[in-house]
Structures are given as C-alpha cells and as structure tokens.
Design a protein around this ligand. Structure first.
Ligand code: NAG
Ligand code: NAG
Ligand code: NAG
Ligand code: NAG
Length: 804
C-alpha cells in the first residue's frame, strides 16, 4: 500500500510560488515554444484565451520542482475525510464519491485536457496532454525540460524500432521511457498521461506520419502496440490496477492521410470496407486494448464512412468500450470535436457536437470545445448529466490508477525516481541497441560491408544527412541527452573526410566537386542521404517518393569516381524509390536507418564496421514512384481492383512491382531454415448437426465451437551458416486458399533469435487454427477456409490441408 493521502504526518508547509518577472517571461517563452512545436493541433484553433490559459498553467511546470497531485493532506488535513482521497476504498467507490461532490459546471471542467482545479476539494488543475512516442517529448503542454532535467533518452523513430522485429525491445524501450517520465513528473516537469503510441497502419508510402508507426503489417503493429504499452504502463509492484504512466493508442481509426494534394485530415472522409476495417485498420487498436490493456484510445480527425470517429457510437462505445472492454478513457485528437463542428459541419450547433461526441463514448476532449459547450448541451436536454458523469468517471479512474489522488508522490512507489534516473548510461545504451537492431541492410555486394576498421585508412563521408543531429530524432521528439551524428560515429573508428554534397535534404543544387574529390581519394565512401521533417512530417505527405532534389545525381556522380566501396545510407521514415542505386553496380551497399534517434550515428558505424551484424527487416513495402503517380492516396482500399487497375496496398495485397518488400533485410551471415516438423493435415471436428456435414462448405465460421482450442506446432531448425554471430528474425507467413479476397499471404508469427556463428537452434511456432489461419470475409466475420494453406518460412514452402 503506497497511498498516504491520509494518516500521514502532518507538516505545515508554506508554498509561495511567487514569481519574478524573469521567471514569468521565461515561462511565457517556454510556453510559446511548446505551442509552436505542438503537433496535435488543428490549424488556427489555438485561441488567444486558450494560449494565455496554457501560459498561466505552465508556470508551475516551468518554475516549480514539485509534482501536481490531489489530496495533499499535508497542506489541508481536512481532505483526509473525503472518500475519494481514501486509498482503502476501491477505485469505483472513490470515483463515485468524487463525482457526487461536483457541480455540473465543475464536472465540465474535467472534460478537457487542461482539466479544471477545484480548490475546495484539494484538486489542482491537471494537464492531460503529454507525449512519449520514442522518449519523453516536449510536444504537448504537460511536459517541459529545464535545467533540472535538460533532456531525456531519445530512441529511434518507431518505424526503425519496429524493423527490429524484437518484441522484448518494444517493451524494454517503453519501460525506460516510463521511468524517465515518472522521474520528470516527480520534479514537476511532466504529466502522467502520455498520448503515445501511434499504431495506425502505414498503408501508403507518402504519409508524412508513417515514421511514427510500426509499419504496414497488422500483426507487427499489434505486437508493437501491446509491447510498448506494457512497457509504459506496467506497475513495478505487479498490481494491474496501478499504472506507472498511462499510454494511449492513436489515431482511431483509418487515419492515414495528413495533407495530400489539398486533401487534409480535418476534412477527409475515409471510405473503408468492413473487411479492410476488420483485417487491417482495427487489429493494432484491438491488441492495444486487449493484450496491452491500454488506459486510453484517441479518436482521429477524419471521418470513417461519413461519420467523424469521435462522434461514432459504434466505433467508440460499441467497439472500444463494449467489445474490447477498455479500462480507461477515450480522448479526442486536438481539437477533433471542434473540427467535426467547424470544419466538417457534422452538426448544426456546437451543443449538438458536444452531446453527440459524449454520447458516442468520448470522455476527454483535447482542446476546449467540450468545456465551452457541454453545460449548454445538458441545459438544452441534448444529453443528461449522467452522461457527463460517466465520461469524467473514466478520467478520474485513470488518475486514481496513477496515484494522482493518493497524496504526496514522493512517498509512493516511484517517489525515489528523479534526475539521476534520466539519460543514464544504460538508457542511452538501449537507444543505441535499438538503432542497431532496426537498421536494415538492403544490398551488399561481395567485398563491400562490413568495412574493416583497421584496413580503412581514410573514409569519405558525404551527404546532406551525414552530420545531422535533430533529423535523427524525427517528430514528437524531446530534447535528447546528447547526439552522435553519423560523421561522429564513423570518425570514432577511422579517419574521415567530410563534404555535405548538398546544402540540405531538398538539395536543389548538388555541390559535386569537393565531394567527388574526397571520394576519389578515400579507401571507402559512405553517403548519408534521405529526408527530414521538411520532406515528410505531420501535415506533410509526399507526392514524390524518390530522393529529394539532386540527391540521386550526387549519389551517382560520387559512385562513378569513388576509389573504394560506396555505402549508401538512407535516412528516412517512408520508403524511397531508389531503383537507380539498387541497379548501380558502383553503389556496393545500401542501408536504411529510419530516423535512428540520439545514438543513430554510433549505431550506423557499428553496422558499417561489423561491430553489430545487421538484423533489421523492412516493416513496410518500398514502392516505385509509378505507384505514387497512379494511386490516389485517398483510396483506402487494401485490395486490388482489376477492373480499374488499382494495385492494392502492402505486401498482403499489392500486385505491382516493388523496390524492396516487407521483410527484406540482409545479414553478414547467411541463415538456413529447415522444417523439422509440421502437420500436413488438420481436421476440424464438426458436430453431426453442422450444415457442412451435408453440403460442401468453403469455410467455417470462427465462432463455431468446434474451432476452439485447435492448435498445432511447427518446428524449424535455423542455422547461422556464416562466420559472424548475430540475430535473425524468423517469419512464418501463410497463403490461405483464395476465398473472400483473402490476402495473398500474411504474417502469422515472427521470432527473433540470436545465433552464434555456425550454430543451430530449434524454433517452435504454435499455430492456433482459428485465430492464425482465419481470414475476414467481406462482411467482417472471421472464417477458416477449408483446403490448402501454404506456409512459408524463408524460401521454404509447406502445404497444409485444412478439412472437416
Ligand atoms: C477509509 O475507508 C475505510 C474503508 O471503508 C474506512 O474504514 C476508513 O474509516 C476510511 N478512512 C477515513 C479517514 O475516512
Ligand atoms: C435522459 O435520461 C432519461 C431518463 O433516464 C431518458 O429517458 C432520456 O432519454 C435521456 N436523455 C438523453 C438525451 O439521453
Ligand atoms: C558535425 O556536427 C556537429 C554537431 O552539430 C558539429 O559540432 C560539428 O562541427 C560538425 N562537423 C563538421 C565537420 O561540420
Ligand atoms: C531483443 O532486444 C533485447 C533488448 O535490447 C536484447 O537484449 C535481445 O538480445 C534482443 N533479441 C535478439 C534476438 O536480438
């Protein structure tokens, strides 16, 4: 029991947050900076009033060194008598007690991210909005850095971490981030509620926010969501009712467009089939809630089939809270409720917009809309006060699980965490490991990588991203502990010569002469090219998916004159059409490094010099430019349409040419797979009354009781044939019989294993027939197709007959 809201030694403290004019102007500058950095913001929706409110409430965070919490009995002993401050009571009883004490006006103040204060009850204002996509972030007004904690560990962007295919890494990163977040909370620099991760499916290479996601595959995204959320949330004492910090899976749902050719997310109506919704867009959210037990889901800006997601009772109350049983709160994107009224004109009045969204199941509004219009909506009879009670109860219950109502946090479970626990050498080492594990080797001609650090006497390092810092940490970033740029990472091993070759990633004019000179002299050349947030970002989708400006010219010209091997390093979130380099024999190796985080340069050098054997695999398809020219980004269909020539999307459906494919990635050691055991036949027992006994069926329904608990094992022997130890991801794909427009293949499971040189391991996959072999039909029901399912591991194929 860590609660000490009551029965604690009462000491009188005089808290006088008197601020000097300097501190005030510092606070205002800080708040302005964070306002400019804010991502989750509909354009132009920050009113001056809201801004001033943010400034005023930021004062505590910027200047103060104590956390925000309720039930501070040391200041007000009378609070100990309130049931909601009494930790011996259950959470539901405490929440009920609190809600009963509030007026309607006060209640409405708890529906917005800048939640109101009720001083008579000892409740301070709380800022719900913090972010921790790949490290504690300053985006979101709830979190700041100061001289007390100037930076936090900045991990790679999620798309690169996903490329590691290492589920324990996903969780390990979440755990470090939540430790640093709690440490920052304890000194008044962070909140407890973080609106991360982003688990939207990366269905189109042009999407500016693809870098934030775990890629295009529903299974990988589901595993990432559950793993990262567990790492963030799981309480050190194992109590499932307690949260270390609260995570949030966003943006629910089918939100994968920001701003493409004038179509923006505030106006986009995603037309999504039931089938695509259920087998592509929903699975990561479902897993986040069910497997990850996440404390929050954020609804998106866009509409799905004509309804704004934040006002859709089927998607919110029906699916998230009903089917998936969310234990937590549903929050709107910032400022989705305003957007559905102002931009989408979904309702006639603002009161109706407030009522519709709360009745649909929305609990918290990022923004101020519900704070402004909900009271009037209740008075107009558009919703009952009980609906408001339900919403704020979900919010309060989350805060209770975080210990917010338990009194002084310094006397609780995480009370000892502080500045010494942020940016520790171990945490920063994990950032380097994550980048190592994610980096993907896409091409490697004999004699190219790894470079020998002893025989390379000089290395030419060229390219607009060769010596970048901030580019490596992408968006939803924080201030990192430190940076190691690619140039610095490489220079730590060998003498280098450096030329940027382009003034920036846009590279309107390549500066070839000096760059060619150093490449022609050096023993090897590393070219670091790609994109940054000026090319792909929130509110910025691409049209062109080739290397920007004259970067391709730079690469080709350098490769022509280079004396030694030419290593092309692509730093980007989305895939690039780099067919020119893939087909150029002079470009001897290609690496994709995502946006690799604060230690990115060290990890790139580790891979280039063979200190780490590359093991990352692409978590998304790399399409040719032709795809971007031909396919409207607004077409949400996953499946191809032969009638229109639409090629479909992702490795599961796309029928066209690729530059590189999902799962691609080489290692310095070849690995072989052998099937040790797998059944050739699976029989699903059906009751005598079953209709399939009498007529031919092409599939059986997942709900059939006969389908339950039917599983088998596949055993594989995986051998490292090379001279270097390393990690290897084993992918198990399946191709179902072609019924219901099923995917041509889909990932059924993956395991990352570590193999020393020449060693062999036995790998087991347990396959649940109904869960893993099923497909979603056109109406959204899961079915197991009868007939031949082909299992693929590497180049192995195994046919499995499923029958009744
Ligand atoms: C807290 O709740 C417990 C359990 O109901 C009760 O026994 C105790 O008296 C309460 N404490 C206070 C200070 O009200
Ligand atoms: C408010 O509650 C009453 C009584 O339960 C119910 O009949 C009515 O439909 C509710 N109104 C709204 C707008 O939900
Ligand atoms: C590389 O970047 C670092 C960090 O910004 C900077 O200190 C250094 O001067 C740069 N090196 C060169 C050669 O430009
Ligand atoms: C997965 O990540 C963890 C944490 O970095 C690491 O210890 C482990 O070795 C990785 N697994 C493999 C097979 O590489």
């Amino acid at each position: 029991m860590y609660c000490n809201a009551i029965n604690e030694v009462i000491e009188t403290k005089i808290l006088a947050p008197s601020l000097s004019p300097e501190a005030l102007s510092l606070a205002i500058t800080g708040a302005m900076a964070s306002t400019q950095n804010r991502g989750e913001r509909s354009s132009g929706s920050v009113s001056l009033v809201m801004f001033l409110i943010i400034v005023l409430f930021s004062l505590r965070g910027v200047s103060g060194q104590s956390p925000v919490f309720a039930c501070d009995v040391s200041k007000n002993p009378g609070l100990g008598a309130f049931g909601f401050c009494n930790c011996s009571l259950g959470i539901a009883a405490r929440v009920d007690d609190l809600v009963k004490r509030l007026t309607l006006q006060e209640k409405v103040g708890f529906l917005v991210n800048k939640a109101g204060a009720v001083s008579r009850l000892g409740i301070p204002s709380y800022e719900w909005w913090s972010e921790a996509l790949h490290g504690v972030s300053y985006v979101g007004p709830g979190t700041h850095f100061s001289n007390v904690i100037p930076g936090a560990t900045s991990f790679p962007m999620v798309i690169l971490t996903a490329a590691s295919f290492n589920t324990s890494l996903f969780e390990a990163i979440g755990k470090v981030v939540s430790t640093e977040a709690r440490a920052m909370y304890n000194v008044g620099l962070a909140g407890l509620t973080f609106w991360s991760p982003n688990v939207n499916i990366f269905r189109d290479p042009r999407w500016g926010r693809g870098q934030e996601t775990p890629g295009e595959d529903p299974l990988l995204s589901s595993k990432y969501a559950a793993g990262y959320v567990k790492g963030l949330q799981q309480s050190d004492d194992g109590d499932v009712n307690r949260l270390k910090v609260a995570a949030c899976c966003k943006h629910y749902t089918a939100y994968d467009i920001d701003n493409w050719k004038g179509v923006d997310r505030y106006h986009f109506n995603a037309l999504v089939t039931k089938q695509d919704l259920d087998d592509t867009f929903q699975p990561p959210f479902k897993s986040c809630v069910i497997d990850g037990n996440v404390a929050s889901v954020m609804c998106s800006y866009n509409q799905v089939n004509g309804k704004p997601t934040c006002a859709d009772p089927d998607l919110l109350a029906g699916v998230i809270r009903g089917e998936w049983q969310l234990n937590g709160y549903i929050v709107s994107d910032c400022d989705s409720v305003g957007v559905l009224y102002n931009n989408q004109h979904y309702t006639k009045t603002p009161e109706e917009a407030a009522a519709k969204s709360i009745l649909a199941g929305l609990d918290l509004n990022c923004g101020s809309f519900l704070g402004q219009h909900t009271e009037a909506a209740v008075k107009a009879g558009l919703l009952n006060e009980s609906a408001v009670d339900k919403a704020i109860s979900n919010n309060f219950a989350t805060q209770m699980r975080l210990g917010f109502f338990d009194g002084d946090p310094s006397k609780q479970l995480y009370g000892k965490l502080g500045p010494k626990d942020v940016c520790t050498p171990q945490n920063q080492e994990l950032a380097r490991e994550a980048a190592q594990q994610g980096i993907v080797l896409l091409k490697n001609s004999p004699g190219s990588l790894p470079l020998s650090p002893t025989s390379i006497k000089s290395l030419a390092v060229i390219g607009p991203n060769a010596n970048v810092t901030k580019t490596m940490i992408g968006n939803y970033e924080g201030t990192p502990c430190r940076y190691t740029t690619p140039l610095q990472g490489l220079t730590a091993s060998v003498p280098t010569l450096y030329q940027p070759g382009c003034p920036n990633v846009a590279c309107s004019t390549a500066q070839l002469d000096d760059a060619k000179k150093i490449a022609s002299q050096a023993d090897a050349t590393v070219l670091v090219v790609g994109a940054d947030l000026s090319i792909e970002a929130e509110s910025r989708d691409r049209v062109d998916i080739r290397l920007p400006g004259q970067q391709a010219l730079l690469v080709t010209e350098i490769a022509k004159v280079a004396k030694g091997p030419v290593i092309l390093v692509i730093m980007s979130g989305g895939g690039m059409d780099i067919s020119f380099a893939k087909n150029d024999d002079k470009v001897t190796s290609i690496l994709w490094v995502g946006y690799p985080g604060e230690a990115g340069g060290a990890a790139i050098a580790d891979v280039i010099f063979g200190y780490y054997n590359p093991s990352g695999r692409l978590p998304m398809t790399w399409y040719p430019q032709e795809f971007a020219d031909k396919v409207p980004m607004t077409n949400m269909n996953m499946r191809p349409d032969p009638a229109t020539g639409y090629p479909g999307r992702t490795y599961r459906f796309y029928t066209g040419e690729t530059i590189y494919s999902f799962g691609d990635g080489l290692s310095y050691s070849p690995v072989s797979h052998h099937l040790a055991s797998a059944p050739k036949l699976v029989s699903i027992p059906l009751g005598e009354e079953h209709v399939c006994q009498f007529q031919k069926c092409k599939s059986i329904d997942l709900l059939e009781s006969s389908c339950q608990n039917l599983a088998f094992d596949i055993h594989l022997r995986v051998k490292n044939m090379g001279r270097m130890g390393g990690s290897h991801t084993v992918f198990l794909f399946t191709t179902p019989p072609s019924v219901y427009n099923a995917p041509k293949k889909h990932l059924l499971g993956f395991q990352k294993v570590s193999l020393t040189a020449q060693s062999e391991q036995l790998i087991k996959f347990k396959v649940d027939v109904c869960k893993d072999l099923s497909v979603v039909d056109e109406l959204g029901s899961r079915k197991v197709a009868l007939g031949a399912h082909v299992l693929h591991v590497g180049s192995l194929k195994h046919s499995l007959n499923v029958r009744i």
